[in-house]
Design a protein around this ligand. Structure first.
Ligand SMILES: O=P(O)(O)OP(=O)(O)OP(=O)(O)OC[C@H]1O[C@@H](n2cnc3c(O)ncnc32)[C@H](O)[C@@H]1O
Ligand SMILES: [Mg+2]
Length: 206
């Protein structure tokens, strides 16, 4: 295990997604940094109005840092499906809601399957963009991205993970992301890859 000195001992995790929080607690565990989910500090959810992951990630990080006075790490992520011209993309959390349905993982999965009905071209990519700001006005945030290629299954399988994981099928693993052990997902996911990129940058700047 690489030992690494963080330039700070505490940070706010600028997310309200329980699945992400669980994955980040695993990813950050070895580094001895105290991680505070923003809800624990009564920080409101930031607006995510932008068309790119990076803009939304930075906005979430700055919002949490401004409210807490602490460094903040944000993740803006989503699923990009080739046959749907990259949708749901930055709207992944709000996919069914934007079509008049409810805001839930189940509704999003049902909507995605409906959009792909009859399609055999089912390639997709998970994207995660991380932004780490040392303070709210940080002019030089650390930014990293990770991509994870898969295919959208015909039926959901598996109970681990969150979001679109039951539909995200991995040829190399022979299962969906929701059938992977959480530790395995945290080695190979878009979020894990982005985190490794961020760590490399921290190594350079610490
Ligand atoms: O903004 P925060 O508070 O972090 O939580 P969120 O769920 O709204 O997060 P995003 O705005 O980044 O939307 C990302 C959506 O993309 C999907 N997603 C991202 N990463 C995923 C993963 O590892 N597994 C399954 N679905 C994922 C899932 O539907 C998320 O709700
Ligand atoms: Mg969000």
């Amino acid at each position: 295990m690489m030992t690494l000195q963080f330039p700070f001992s505490r940070l706010v995790l600028a997310s309200n997604n329980a699945g992400k929080l669980k994955e980040f607690s695993g990813l950050l565990a070895p580094y001895g940094v105290e991680v505070l989910p923003q809800a624990a500090l009564q920080i409101s959810e930031a607006e995510e109005p932008y068309p790119t992951f990076i803009e939304n990630a930075l906005t979430k990080a700055r919002h949490a840092s401004r409210a807490s006075g602490l460094p903040a790490l944000a993740d803006d992520s989503g699923l990009c499906v080739q046959a749907l011209d990259g949708a749901p993309g930055v709207y992944s959390a709000r996919y069914a809601q934007r079509a008049g349905g409810e805001k839930s993982d189940t509704a999003n999965n049902v909507h995605l399957l409906a959009q792909l009905a009859g399609r055999t071209d089912r390639q997709a990519c998970y994207v995660a963009v991380l932004a780490l700001v040392r303070h709210a006005e940080d002019p030089l945030p650390l930014v990293a991205q990770g991509l994870w290629q898969g295919e959208i299954a015909e039926v959901p399988r598996g109970t681990h993970g969150f979001g679109y994981d039951p539909l995200f099928s991995l040829a190399s693993e022979g299962c969906t992301a929701a059938e992977l052990e959480p530790g395995r997902k945290n080695q190979i996911s878009h979020r894990a890859l982005a985190w490794q990129q961020l760590l490399a940058q921290l190594g350079q700047t610490a």
